[in-house]
Design a protein around this ligand. Structure first.
Ligand code: PHE
Length: 494
């Protein structure tokens, strides 16, 4: 097309217009392929280029068939019959004519009789006139050189005889566009590193995006096994009337992650061995002032029927930014907000998101994992409600036999670890951790002492690994995950 573009531009430069491109001849003396030319014209005339303008010319052209060409070259069958008959009374025997002309004798005879060029004399054919005019040949020659004939009847008659046919021919008339020039400026497709460096991007002529292009068909999405199980858990929560908590931040202050949860500042979990601390920015200074004061008090001197821990609580420790170690930080924030409402209303919250712990990475541990967290707040809830709820919740996941074991969390009392009997492993495995939030956590928030909050947390990875038969957690999460494993996983949820 580049050659064709140059051809069009040079002719336009010399002559101003090209009335009909069907007359174009290439430098090596060939007719121009109009379809290829259209490509060239299009790229010279696109919206931001406008080097040329063109219009389509649609013409009907009559074209000779092979047989029509043959007749235009050598004469019609009937003329050949006439020419083969010798001058004189005797003429030629029909059988002899056949021998000389073959098929042509058969085809031409009838027409020659009809034209009154020949007559029969016994078994012989004799000339009936001195000379003939081969009109068929003349008509075909006209059609061949002009593409049509002044007499429509002739055209249709010859078409019936399969000597010519009508074709549609498309060509173009071309004129100079507003940005006509002899040189074609190369259009840039993308901004390159070099363009940015040289500043060329400011003046470069960019190819327009074609937003109508179909593009490459996408291969379809693939759900990560973890995301499938997460979706399953979400549906269970929604089914049971839970609202999803906004967990869309990985960085938390120690205040919300630990202090608000009545976790003392010397607690080993707050050590750098267990928690990732941020360097830049390292601290957060915005906290609800009154609430912060009450948290400080409950830690250092107690209150709400508690003696507290009796240590010197320091704001500097609470200000430290960390990667959240559990989503309970978000639960705490949500409960504080609930406590600020004029009137208490019972709530059911859940979240499923990432948490981070400074662990030694091995086949079953990563420094990050997903936590499934649930919180129910209402007046008069009991431990029985927690146990009953756990049974219903795990039942919906297909986990039947549950056992509860007393445990310890700084923020719950009582606390229970939840175990389920694993048929495959033949033993009881820990499924999660739960409890009732302590008054030392809830009352400084401003919640009524009658309000009880039951809560629990479990990992998303373990049920997923069991479900999908994955033995190494690094095959599930992190940079070692093999994408084909994900693509080959069934799309449906369990
Ligand atoms: N935050 C706890 C953990 O990280 C789970 C939990 C949540 C326990 C709520 C009790 C209540 O293991």
């Amino acid at each position: 097309t580049e050659e064709l573009q140059t051809l069009v531009l040079t002719i336009l430069d010399a002559k101003g217009t090209i009335p009909n491109t069907k007359d174009l001849i290439t430098s090596d003396n060939k007719e121009v392929d109009q379809l290829a030319l259209l490509g060239a014209l299009k790229s010279l005339s696109i919206a931001d280029k406008e080097m040329v303008k063109y219009e389509t010319i649609e013409e009907e052209v009559w074209v000779l068939t092979n047989e029509g060409n043959e007749i235009a070259d050598k004469g019609s069958h009937e003329a050949k019959v006439f020419d083969t008959i010798p001058v004189g009374e005797e003429g030629i025997a029909i059988s002899a004519l056949r021998e000389i002309l073959g098929e042509t004798a058969k085809i031409g005879q009838g027409k020659a009789f009809k034209n009154k060029w020949v007559i029969k004399n016994g078994d012989n054919l004799v000339r009936a006139v001195d000379s003939i005019i081969d009109q068929t040949r003349i008509d075909l020659e006209v059609i061949r050189s002009t593409g049509t004939h002044s007499d429509q009847k002739v055209l249709f008659e010859l078409r019936k005889r399969k000597l010519c046919d009508k074709h549609k021919v498309i060509s173009y008339s071309v004129s100079k566009g507003p940005k006509f020039s002899l040189t074609i400026e190369k259009q840039a497709r993308d901004v390159t590193f070099e363009m940015l460096q040289s500043g060329e991007w400011k003046t470069a002529n960019f190819k327009k995006y074609n937003f109508d292009a179909l593009g490459i068909p996408p291969s379809g999405g693939h759900l990560h096994p973890l995301m499938k199980v997460r979706e399953e858990f979400r549906q269970i929560f929604f089914e049971m009337g839970f609202e999803e908590m906004p967990t869309n931040k990985f960085v938390e202050s120690s205040f919300w992650n630990f202090d608000s949860l009545f976790q003392p500042q010397q607690h080993p979990a707050r050590d750098a061995h267990d928690t990732f601390f941020l360097k830049d920015p390292a601290i957060c200074t915005q906290f609800p002032t009154e609430y912060l004061k009450r948290v400080k008090e409950v830690h250092s001197i107690g209150g709400y029927g508690s003696t507290g821990y009796g240590y010197d609580w320091k704001i500097e420790e609470a200000q430290k930014l960390i990667l959240r170690t559990h989503t309970t930080a978000v639960s705490s924030f949500m409960l504080y907000n609930l406590a600020q409402q004029k009137e208490f209303k019972p709530v059911k919250y859940f979240s499923i998101d990432r948490v981070f712990r400074n662990e030694t990475v091995d086949a079953t541990h990563l420094a990050e994992f997903h936590q499934v967290e649930g919180v129910i707040a209402d007046k008069g809830l009991t431990l029985g409600d927690l146990i009953g709820f756990m049974n219903t919740f795990f039942n919906k996941m297909g986990v039947k036999n549950l056992r509860f074991k007393p445990a310890y969390n700084p923020y719950t009392e009582p606390s229970m670890e939840i175990f389920s009997y694993h048929q495959g492993l033949g033993k009881w495995v820990e499924m999660g951790n739960s409890g009732m939030f302590r008054p030392e956590m809830l009352e400084p928030m401003g919640l009524d002492p009658d309000v009880r909050v039951i809560a629990w947390g479990l990992g998303l990875e373990r049920p997923t690994m069991i479900k999908y038969g994955i033995n190494n957690i690094r095959e599930l999460l992190g940079h070692k995950v093999n994408l084909t494993t994900i693509q080959n996983n069934p799309i449906c949820l369990f």
